[in-house]
Design a protein around this ligand. Structure first.
Ligand code: 5GP
Ligand code: ZN
Length: 112
């Protein structure tokens, strides 16, 4: 079976600049940062997008946000502000079909 790119990162088969790891979640720097701080927070489990979330994933999704909260604090952008984004599907520009939460900050972010 062909593993997706983010599964490979989660399984250490593909290199990434990892900034956080737990048994269920990994966070790493985006390779093409759109802001001074641009991190991707992913579940290790393969879920293609928000469209595929199940009731049983509730805790996992909550954890993604708590990891984002912690990283925002660690990178000292919790007070000045940051943005959290899930792109879902083609029109939103989702390019990797493995659920990922973007954490962007470190500058005043333009909207749209
Ligand atoms: P999407 O557009 O699907 O919401 O976000 C995918 C993100 O993954 C993009 O911001 C892109 O720059 C990032 N990305 C794509 N390939 C790689 C990679 O190999 N390593 C890392 N660290 N980020 C990647
Ligand atoms: Zn995957």
């Amino acid at each position: 079976m062909n593993e997706c790119l983010f599964c490979k990162i989660a399984n250490k088969k593909e290199l990434a600049d990892v900034v956080f790891e737990s048994n269920k979640i990994v966070a790493f720097k985006d390779i093409y940062p759109k802001a001074p701080i641009h991190l991707l927070i992913i579940p290790k489990k393969h879920i293609p997008s928000v469209n595929y979330l199940k009731k049983g994933d509730k805790d996992l999704v909550g954890e993604l946000f708590l990891v984002a909260q912690g990283l925002a604090k660690e990178y000292k952008i919790d007070k000045i502000g940051y943005r959290l984004i899930f792109n879902v599907g083609k029109d939103a520009g989702q390019t990797v079909d493995h659920l990922h939460l973007h954490l962007l900050g470190g500058k005043k972010l333009p909207w749209a």
